[in-house]
Write a protein that binds this ligand. Structure first.
Ligand code: CA
Ligand code: CA
Length: 124
């Protein structure tokens, strides 16, 4: 299963989520699209700074946008956080208090994406 996913280049799950976020179907996720997705999921504003940070973390070709391959890396990174969150989620509520993850600036960003992904795909 793992090798099949690599052969396809991009996991179907990632492609589906990418398409969901890429509202204008440009094939790239802009800061605004990322911001819009996060706002929708959180019900509150997500700062330009946070979105820029998120993009800069994964924008390997420095295009200023996230393509599907970069998005897959982002997604993998989120999944790594997910494992951390699960280990932190001692009461098994499926939610981690933001205060517990506030030690690193990236944690808030990833925590928000984590919630977005969970809301969207219902991963637990
Ligand atoms: Ca787009
Ligand atoms: Ca890029």
């Amino acid at each position: 299963m793992q090798s099949q996913e690599y052969n396809q280049g991009v996991q179907a799950e990632v492609q589906q989520l990418f398409t969901h976020v890429d509202k204008d179907r440009s094939g790239k996720i802009s800061q605004r699209e990322l911001q819009a997705a996060l706002i929708t999921a959180q019900g509150s504003n997500f700062s330009d700074t946070a979105c820029n940070l998120m993009i800069s973390m994964f924008d390997h070709d420095r295009s200023g946008t996230i393509d599907v391959h970069e998005f897959q890396l982002l997604y993998s990174y989120i999944n790594q956080w997910l494992a951390v969150f699960r280990s932190c989620d001692k009461d098994q509520t499926g939610h981690i208090e933001e205060g517990e993850l506030s030690h690193e600036p990236q944690a808030d960003v990833c925590g928000s994406v984590y919630r977005y992904l969970c809301a969207d795909t219902e991963v637990h």
